[in-house]
Design a protein around this ligand. Structure first.
Ligand code: RP5
Length: 165
């Protein structure tokens, strides 16, 4: 595989999802993980979605991240088309503030799993970190980068000052 081929594909159901899903893009970029982001909808572009997943597999993608709101069929549809790990991010897009998407994504029937993250930005960030963890199983440089990232978080907590200090 050429070196710049994406290892992670970040798919979202609508352009309106970018505001949240850019957290996944930014986190993957921070770790230097080759990835690409696409808008494709399970309901509105089913054929293009299937074709895209096939092309991702041919180009060596190892992890899929899929973010969607409302009925949020996207992560499950991606999982139906690949045996690669699929990480689902429920997005707050309507009256139910993402709880609809959370239930839709987390309640996959047994046999076609989607690793479901938190609603919204924390989920988008953690989906990317989890993708890095998966890739780090076979890439020591990513494992080191993850350890450094954790250490930085620990330092920040330990250095915290309260108004009563
Ligand atoms: C879902 O419907 C998308 O993932 C998005 O979160 C939501 C609303 O989409 P738009 O009406 O903004 O295109 O499929």
């Amino acid at each position: 595989m050429p070196e710049n081929n994406p290892l992670v594909a970040v798919i979202m159901g609508s352009e309106s999802d970018w505001e949240t899903m850019q957290r996944a893009h930014k986190t993957l970029a921070e770790f230097g993980v080759a990835h690409e982001c696409r808008v494709l909808s399970a309901h509105r572009t089913p054929d293009a979605l299937t074709e895209y997943i096939r092309s991702c597999e041919e180009r060596g993608v190892e992890v899929f991240i899929a973010g969607a709101g409302l009925a949020a069929a996207l992560p499950g549809c991606v999982a139906a088309c690949t045996i690669k790990p699929v990480l689902g991010v429920p997005l707050a897009a309507g009256a139910l503030n993402g709880q609809d998407a959370l239930y839709a994504i987390v309640q996959m029937p047994p046999g076609i799993p989607v690793g479901t993250l938190a609603i919204g930005s924390p989920g988008a960030t953690n989906a990317a970190l989890l993708a890095v963890s998966i890739l780090a199983n076979t890439r020591p440089e990513l494992a080191d980068a993850l350890k450094a990232h954790r250490a930085k978080q620990s330092e920040k907590v330990l250095a915290a000052k309260l108004p009563c200090d």
